[in-house]
Every structure is written in C-alpha cells, then in structure tokens.
Write a protein that binds this ligand. Structure first.
Ligand SMILES: [Zn+2]
Length: 271
C-alpha cells in the first residue's frame, strides 16, 4: 500500500487498508496511480516515490533480505492476531503452512500463544515444528481433528483459495473467533451456521494492516528477532520461481535480489 485518501474515517484512524475514499487505497503492485492512472510496480521498480506517511523504518538488527515479506505476510497475520487480542497461554490454530502460515506461527509464538498447525501435507510437519509450532495436525485425519473440538481460543486460516472451514469451526471454543486472511472468494462448501450459532462463534476476515501497525510489526519482529524464511533469487529466475510457487515448492517466500536487475539491464530479462 503506497497511498490512500487520507481523509475518510478509516484513514484518520490509521486503518488505510480499509480506506472508504472514492478511489480506495493504492496497492504497491499493480495499483492504478492517481491522477494519471498508470500502474505501480512495487518491488519490481528501480525506485518509487511515495508520501512520507507511507514510508516505514526497517530496524537495524534485522536481515533486510528476510524483512521484505514482513510487509505483506507478516502484517497480514500480525494484524488479526492483535485485533482479536491473542494472549500468552491461549491456544491458537494456524491453518495452512505457506508464506502466511509460517509467519503466523512465529508471531503467535512470540505473543506467547500455544500454536497448533493444521496442514494437509505430512511432509510439512517437520517444518512446522522447526518454526516453533507446539503441535501439528493432519487436517485430513478426522480422528485427530475430533480430539481438538471446542479447544481453540483463536484460529487463523491462511489457505489462499476456497476451502471447507467447517472442520475448523468445530475446533473453536464458545465465543472464539476464526479469521480468514487467505481466501478472497466464496467458500465452498458453505458455512454450516449451526456450528457457529450453537457456540456463539465468530467467523471473520482481515486485510493486511495500516501503516502504523505495519511499523509496529517491524518493531515487534526486531524485538523478538523474527524474520521471514526466504530464498533469494536473481530476477532472471523469476519465471522458474513462479512455477515453483504454484507447486508450493518454496520455503517460504522468494525474494528477488534487485542488484540482478541492474546487472542485466542491457539484456532481455523475460525472454
Ligand atoms: Zn481513506
């Protein structure tokens, strides 16, 4: 996010990501710029000019290569964990172990929560434990899932596509909340509201975070020495990286070394 209207109620409250201005906020990537309508190119740009209100300070003690994903996967998971007030000792579930999920584990652990990861991939169990998860559950194992009914204070689903959330709703305690940060489309199958109503549970969504909170997550990560697990690539490998990303073959974010763009400036990169 590199701009917003700055005058609507959410913007005045530091929640620029929920800008209600007529043009909404401007995305860092592929966001039509005002007033000329050309697109932003985010991290693919050599440089970018933004209002000082949208500039963030990177703490000195963090490895800058691994900081980049904190500005997306980091804030996207930090903001709901904070908004729904995850506290030390609470039982938190993280559904899905990709770029968002791996940050959710690290951040929830740093907040003092007991973290359980739900995954469909047995081979991800080792990664989840290494990242700090207290428990890993194969979501395809119905018997294992049933042991966790009514036990979670909060669940964050990071699955980026439509999925069945009903098995996770059953795991929430009374009055507890499940937040979806990955899927931005209709859920299939639909939500069984009897599971929601009978225990007064809440199903919610959340979008990145405001600028002030994005600075907050950077400072929180500096304090707890948290960065993203990244694989650095030269820009010349971006198409291969894209194919690997589609297959889930990345631990856990690709980061482009922009010096490689400069080195290759006389050649055709995307041939
Ligand atoms: Zn606004």
């Amino acid at each position: 996010m590199v701009n917003s209207c700055q005058s609507c109620s959410p913007c005045r409250e530091g929640l620029e990501q929920y800008c209600e201005g007529p043009k909404g906020w401007t995305a860092t990537y592929n966001g039509p710029q005002k007033p000329d309508g050309t697109n932003t190119y985010g991290g693919y740009s050599n440089n970018i000019i933004v209002s000082e209100k949208f500039v963030l300070r990177i703490p000195d003690n963090l490895d800058i290569k691994a900081v980049a994903p904190l500005l997306c996967a980091g804030i996207t998971t930090y903001s709901p964990l904070r908004h729904w007030k995850v506290k030390p000792g609470q039982k938190v579930g993280v559904v899905g172990l990709g770029g968002l999920g791996h940050m959710a584990i690290k951040l929830a652990k740093a907040m003092g929560a007991n973290v359980t990861v739900f995954t469909t991939s047995p081979q991800k169990k080792v990664d989840a434990s290494r990242l700090g998860a207290d428990d890993v559950v194969l979501s395809t194992d119905k018997e294992a899932m049933s042991k966790y009914e009514l036990s979670f204070d909060y669940i964050l689903s990071t699955i980026p596509t439509s999925h069945d959330i009903n098995p996770y709703v059953n795991l929430l305690k009374r009055d507890a909340t499940l937040t979806l940060v990955g899927a931005l489309e209709p859920l299939e199958p639909g939500l069984n509201n009897s599971q929601v109503a009978f225990h007064r549970r809440s199903i919610t969504g959340s979008l990145i975070g405001g600028i002030a909170e994005t600075q907050e997550v950077l400072d929180f990560c500096a304090k707890h020495n948290i960065v993203s697990d990244v694989e650095i690539i030269p820009i010349q490998q971006i198409n291969t990286a894209y194919e690997r990303m589609l297959k889930g073959d990345v631990k856990f974010r690709f980061v482009i070394d922009m010096a490689s763009l400069q080195q290759d400036s006389d050649q055709e990169i995307f041939s």
